[in-house]
Design a protein around this ligand. Sequence first.
Ligand SMILES: [Zn+2]
Length: 95
Amino acid sequence: MPKKRKNRGRAKRKGKGREGYTYCSNCGARIPRDKAIRVERWVSLVDRQLEKELKKQGAVIFRKKVVKEYCVSCAVHYGIVRIGGYAERLAREET
Ligand SMILES: [Zn+2]
């Protein structure tokens, strides 16, 4: 049977078995952990404008790591991943 995606849209290998679930940080949908789209961002607790000025004065600003896991539909909606035909995806991977 032909496959649409080599990895079937998730990171589950042959014989890997079941894995736990997580919840989408946006809509709360229950999704397999390996299917979730994980986004890590360093977020400053200080306002951006203020941070710039403080940095100019040589202050060290604490930055927090925020990890979010999205379901596929939310990731597509927020532009984290994009959909498209095989050729389109291939072209994106090359560049
Ligand atoms: Zn979601």
